[in-house]
Each structure stands twice: as C-alpha cells, then as structure tokens.
Design a protein. Structure first.
Length: 352
C-alpha cells in the first residue's frame, strides 16, 4: 500500500441527516475517496448521531484511529444529540454504568490538524485525545448546555504536543481537561464558558498513571465558569507527578473559583479525604491573571500534606470579589509560593 506511517483504518460511524431513515455502520473513508494520510473535509452540514445511547457499541460515535498527517476541516457540525442521554448518565456514582458515547475520538493520531469544526451536544466528552502526537485544534467550537453532565470539551491523555488554539468551548463540565501522560500541551486563545474551567486532572485515581509535564495555558478568557484554572488530584492516591505548568494572561469574568490547586479532589465523597494525595506537584506559575470572582475564594492552593507543592509562583494576580460581604481571599495550604508583582487578594492571606 502506498500509505505513509502508521496507517490502519479511518473508521467513521456516520449518520447522515440527509437520509430519511437513519443508517449506521462503520465506513472506511478510503473507500469514499479520502486518503488515509490526507484530508477529510466535512460538507458544511451537520452529522447527526442517533439519539438512543443503546445504539452505540463502544463508547464512541466518530473514531479517527492510527492516522498520520490528517486534516479534518470544513465548517461542519458533529451533533451528538445528547439531550436524550444526559439524564441517563450515572457514571459519577455507579461504577458499573455503561459509558455514554463520546462525539469524536482521536486514537494514536499524529502530525494532524483539526480546524473549523463544531461539536454540539455530545452525550459524554466531546473530543477525546488518546496516544496522539503533534495534533493542533484550531478554531474549534464546542457547545453543550451548562447543566449537561460530563460533557467535557476536549480531554487529552497520554499524548504529546497537542495544541488547542483560538477556540470557543462552553459545556456542562471542564472546557479542557488534561489527564495523565499529557506532555507539551498548549491551550492558547481559548474562551471557556459555561463550564467547569480548564483543568489538569483529576490525577492519582489509577495505578500506573504517567506524569503530566509541560502545560501552557495562555491568553484565555473564562466566563461564568465554576472554576478558572485548576489542578486536581485525588486524596489517598497512587503515586504520580505533575510539573512545569504555566497559566499566563488569563481573564476571569465572574468565575466562582478562579485559581485552584485541589489535592483533596473528591466529588460525591467517594474517597478517603483524610489520607493525603501522593501526586507531586511542582513548577507551577500563575501570572497576570485578572478579573472578577463570584466567591471570596479567589485563590486556593490546597496542596498535599504528604508532598507539599514546590516551586509555585504567583505573579500579578488581580481578582476582585463582586459580592458585598467582604474581600476576596487567597488560601495556601502545604505550599509557600513565590510572590511577585500585584497581589489582590494579598497572597496567602489564609494559611494552614
Ligand atoms: C506537526 O504536524 C504538522 C501538521 O499539522 C506538520 O506540518 C509539522 O511538520 C509537524 N511537526 C513535526 C515536528 O513533525
Ligand atoms: C502575556 O501578555 C504580555 C502583555 O501583553 C505579553 O508581553 C506576553 O508576551 C504574554 N505572554 C505570552 C506567553 O504570550
């Protein structure tokens, strides 16, 4: 075969809106004129997923797998038809649940660009990036309602050299979440909201997780989100590490928790919060982060008692609490950050 590296199949499970009766199947797009190392240009239309979650065999709608040098573009929309499914998602509480399908999965894709597409109302995560290298997302739009469960925008794991540039993400969960093994990641010019913010983690839940190394979040705006920029690790965790993370030039517009390191992340109280996290966090900088907070907790650095955070920098932080019952605060637990420039609220005004 005349293909370049790492070619297996491009499998697209498509339901075309133009067909009156829903059709399904796995298509190898090479049979439809696409090169395995070439371009997929969506017509400027909408691909619509079946509404019924039980239709999907593996937790995925569209999967792009083992492709080198792909460009996916063209202005089209992947409509996951999530409304019927969100109410059925109990995976946060039930570990035997069947996971709902993700709109787009990129598995082991290299040297590729995804641009000018929209992902709408996914049943679960919108885009999941696994085992990829050198992939850029540019001018991508991701939209789901604020109350849709677990609809993370772009989730990255075990991937190197991934960039998310000039994109708009508003969902019911994290706009961007970076799982274990995320390396050399850039999130730049992204507007996020509604949603839970831009997150590293959660880390430490599973044995054998790879470190997170090298994350830059630059020039982003968060609007009315639950969190701004966040690093979260489970208590009573397995060993792990996250380092070299930089958050710079970020605007917070009515964000509930703008800056947060949370090493006792424990949603639904499914963990032993009193046993400290064993994820080592180091080399983190928060620089030029400005705007408004809707709770007093503008800055929360809650590091692990077992492994205090090291080399944390706060530089030019200016976050105003827009309530009328006092001023914003900055909490530092098991961390002594380096402080530079403006500090509003005063750095570590609450210590423990
Ligand atoms: C990364 O991928 C782009 C295509 O999106 C390609 O032009 C570039 O050469 C790749 N970089 C490396 C270092 O391979
Ligand atoms: C952050 O903003 C400042 C002032 O506009 C600019 O000089 C700096 O290069 C920006 N940082 C990054 C990493 O783009």
């Amino acid at each position: 075969m005349g293909f370049k590296l790492n070619i297996a199949t491009i499998s697209l499970l498509l339901i075309l809106t133009s067909t009156a009766r829903a059709q399904s199947g796995v298509f190898d797009v090479r049979n439809y004129g696409a090169q395995a190392n070439g371009d997929i240009t969506l017509v400027q239309g909408t691909l619509q997923a079946p509404g019924d979650p039980s239709f999907f065999k593996d937790a995925s709608w569209v999967t792009l797998e083992r492709i080198d040098s792909l460009t996916l573009s063209g202005g089209g929309t992947f409509d996951g038809q999530g409304k019927t499914a969100w109410g059925k998602n109990d995976c946060s509480k039930n570990k035997f649940c069947s996971p709902l399908p993700i709109n787009i999965r990129l598995n082991f894709v290299t040297n590729s660009e995804i641009r000018d597409i929209t992902s709408l109302d996914s049943k679960q995560f919108h885009i999941n990036v696994l085992g990829c290298q050198n992939v850029t997302f540019r001018r991508v739009t991701i939209t789901a309602p604020e109350d849709s469960l677990n609809t993370d925008g772009i989730h990255i794991g075990r991937s190197t050299g991934i960039r998310i540039i000039d994109s708009h993400i508003g969902t019911g969960d994290d706009c961007v979440s970076l799982g274990d093994g995320s390396k050399d990641i850039v999130v730049k010019g992204v507007s996020c909201g509604p949603g839970h913010g831009i997150s590293i983690g959660s880390l430490g839940k599973y044995d054998g997780e790879e470190p997170v190394v090298g994350v830059k979040v630059i020039g982003c705006t968060l609007t009315k989100t639950m969190n701004g920029v966040r690093i979260k690790t489970w208590p009573n965790s397995f060993d792990g590490a996250a380092s070299h993370m930089r958050f710079e030039n970020i605007t917070m517009d009515n964000v509930a928790n703008p800056i947060i390191i949370d090493q006792v992340y424990c949603p639904y109280n499914q963990c032993q919060a009193e046993i400290p996290s064993k994820i080592k966090i180091s080399k983190v900088s928060f620089e030029n982060i400005r705007g408004t907070t809707t709770t007093k907790q503008a800055v929360q650095l809650h590091c692990s008692k077992a492994l205090p955070c090291q080399n944390v920098q706060l530089r030019d932080i200016d976050l105003a609490y827009n309530g009328n019952d006092g001023d914003a605060i900055s909490e530092c637990i098991n961390v002594t950050p380096n402080i530079d420039g403006i500090q509003n609220p005063p750095a570590c005004s609450v210590k423990a």
